[in-house]
Design a binder for this molecule. Sequence first.
Ligand SMILES: NC(=O)c1ccc[n+]([C@@H]2O[C@H](COP(=O)([O-])OP(=O)(O)OC[C@H]3O[C@@H](n4cnc5c(N)ncnc54)[C@H](O)[C@@H]3O)[C@@H](O)[C@H]2O)c1
Length: 246
Amino acid sequence: MTESQRVALVTGGANGIGAAIGALLASRGLRVVLADRDERVRETADRIGGDAILMDVADPMSIAAAEIAELDVLVNSAAIAPTSGLGDAGLLDDFSRALDVNVRGILAVVSALLPQLRRSASPRILNIGSVQGSAAAAGGIAYATSKGAVNSLTRALAVDLADAGILVNALAPGFTDTAMALLPDGTSEYDTEWFRSVYVRHGRVPLRRPAAAEEIAEAAEFLVSERNTYVTGAILPVDGGLLATF
Ligand SMILES: NC(=O)c1ccc[n+]([C@@H]2O[C@H](COP(=O)([O-])OP(=O)(O)OC[C@H]3O[C@@H](n4cnc5c(N)ncnc54)[C@H](O)[C@@H]3O)[C@@H](O)[C@H]2O)c1
């Protein structure tokens, strides 16, 4: 099978990192299917020359309804980032919801599409984790816990699926310029004085800037490509050096 004939499904593909990965894979000749609960997935798919599926990864019925005959690459980018903290009334509900979407959602989609991946000549799974899988940020209890579990799930899947030839990895992006970085008032967290002071001027992000979603996609593309033949169970930070310093 040649690279140009491979089929990729990207959850969370309507926006941000998922959309950027979908666009890059499409530009490399893969047939790309974007799956998202956000109806804008159709526009994004039109823009990149792919197909769209409305899917809620927390809803097994909507996963089962997806008609995917062949699949070589599964990218799990769908996630939510609740910010409720200790003492907030919604914390436990947010915690459950983050685990449902960010962790159980990955396992549900992988389980549903395993038969198709097993038939592929070069099957790859890529989960989008976060630096918060390894280091906590204030107000991130639900999100950080879910992303730690994504790292563990990635390693467990890599071990269990190795005999089937399915390579499973995760990216751990740092600050990335997407809707997830928007504050409740609609401005970007990266435009705040706090971000510029701590992360840029003081070099808490050694590269002194957030990533563009397209930069995360470049790392994703290698891991899901046929050029990757021996990386599995890896969690790759794509974070401008954030986790390398303190
Ligand atoms: N933006 C960052 O700074 C950053 C940093 C580290 C990790 N990440 C991770 O990158 C991935 C993509 O996030 P992003 O920054 O592109 O954010 P985003 O909000 O732009 O995209 C997330 C997408 O997931 C979709 N989604 C959410 N819940 C869903 C569900 N139940 N079913 C289907 N789709 C669902 C949303 O509709 C959206 O299109 C996420 O896993 C996120 O945790 C982002």
